[in-house]
Write a new protein. Structure first.
Ligand code: DQA
Length: 132
């Protein structure tokens, strides 16, 4: 069972960026935790991070062509702006979970819009890196 775990812009800065909001765990450590958990569950994760919208679209599409079972995605700030990422997720028809480390619903007004949400089977916010 293959699952694509995709992280958007600035999530490579985990552990450095705004630790009060995103915690002290680095992106590398997050990847190690996901790999460890998936191994226990017999899931094959493919981890990807990009700061570029088009790269994220390419990788979402790859999940479809690669026969993945589902997608876990934290689109970062593209959550609030990207119709291209929404369309890409819809085009895969794969069950997709939207993850946010912080509790976005309690933050600024501009974070209250999520374009991707309507294409997701579940949204997880505010559980830190455990949300993944
Ligand atoms: C985030 C929330 C977004 O609003 C923000 O732009 C991020 C991270 C989160 O994980 O809480 O980059 O997706």
């Amino acid at each position: 069972m293959k699952i694509y775990v995709i992280n958007g812009p600035n999530l490579n800065m985990l552990g450095i960026r705004e630790p009060d909001k995103y915690g002290n765990t680095s992106y590398k450590e997050l990847c190690a935790l996901i790999l460890e958990h998936c191994e226990k569950c017999g899931i094959e994760p493919l981890l990807y991070q990009s700061n570029h919208e088009g790269d994220l679209v390419d990788f979402i599409q790859r999940a479809y062509f690669d026969g993945a079972c589902g997608i876990v995605i934290n689109p970062g700030a593209y959550t609030h702006t990207s119709i291209a990422i929404l369309d890409a997720v819809k085009s895969t028809m794969l069950p997709t979970v939207e993850v946010h480390i912080s509790k976005v619903e309690e933050r600024e007004d501009f974070r209250q819009v999520s374009y991707i949400r309507s294409a997701c089977v579940k949204t997880i916010t505010g559980h830190g890196i455990q949300g993944y």
